[in-house]
Design a protein around this ligand. Structure first.
Ligand SMILES: Nc1ncnc2c1ncn2[C@@H]1O[C@H](COP(=O)(O)OP(=O)(O)OP(=O)(O)O)[C@@H](O)[C@H]1O
Ligand SMILES: [Mg+2]
Length: 226
């Protein structure tokens, strides 16, 4: 079988606190139950930093020798391609879910240790419908045994249904919350929405904390387990 591979660049500026926080999150995930394999990442609103957290987490997990798959399920706007400066033409999730290509055509080995990637693919007119397709469930079912963890990056959950649709197929969820930007009520609402899909939230990441304010030692807080 032909295997695809792709070259990605890490776009993040190095930040000690950020990296340490991601490592803490990684450790907490490793100590969650064995059944936690497919992990959704979302937030209430755009731009809170979920794609960065998803990528960082996948990368750090891979470094530990755990095989990971990162899925960009934001098929409304496929940022990974530009952000990670992928030069090759790649097939993505939207093409697989609409029956244009096979599952093996969308999985790419990356230049990051133990990390495979599924890109979003071209923007589709009906993203939530595609994500709700049985083929998405099938993808996760088939790939489950090949990876230690599958991280799924989604669009913001407060105004779009996509993350909630994806949540139906996930074992666990992590809610990224931009510091001082999100009300308790909004976060609570999205939490309930995700949990109603049968995906339990194993953690929340308080992101973009202003370290100069010195109120938090760490930008990662409030991880909780059921
Ligand atoms: N901890 C952080 N501190 C400062 N800036 C950050 C942090 N995390 C992410 N950013 C910046 O915020 C922007 C949004 O990040 P990212 O794309 O990860 O968010 P997102 O929640 O996935 O957005 P979208 O809803 O559009 O998918 C980027 O410019 C990123 O560099
Ligand atoms: Mg994103």
């Amino acid at each position: 079988m032909m295997e695809n591979s792709v070259m990605m660049r890490d776009p993040r500026k190095s930040n000690y606190y950020y990296e340490e926080s991601i490592k803490t999150l990684r450790t907490n995930i490793q100590f969650s139950s064995k059944q936690v394999k497919t992990i959704l990442l979302t937030s209430c609103y755009p731009n809170e930093g979920k794609s960065d957290v998803a990528f960082s987490l996948a990368m750090e997990m891979g470094k530990l020798g755990q095989k990971v798959l990162l899925i960009d399920a934001d098929i409304r706007k496929s940022t990974f391609i530009n952000k990670y400066r992928v030069n090759e033409a790649v097939n993505g999730l939207s093409q697989y879910l609409s029956g244009q290509v096979e599952l093996q055509d969308i999985i790419y080995h990356t230049n990051f240790q133990n990390m495979d990637m599924i890109f979003a693919g071209p923007t589709a007119p009906n993203p939530s419908e595609l994500l709700g397709d049985a083929d998405f469930t099938e993808l996760l079912r088939q790939k489950r045994d090949d990876y230690a963890y599958i991280f799924i990056d989604t669009p913001p959950a407060a105004s779009l249904i996509d993350a909630t649709v994806v949540a139906k197929n996930c074992d666990a969820g992590i809610l990224v919350i931009e510091s001082e930007a999100i009300s308790y009520k909004a976060a609570q609402k999205v939490k309930t929405q995700i949990e109603r899909s049968g995906c339990h939230l194993i953690g929340a990441v308080l992101n973009k904390v202003d370290m100069k304010k010195g109120r938090y030692y760490n930008s990662y807080k409030g991880y909780y387990k059921k």
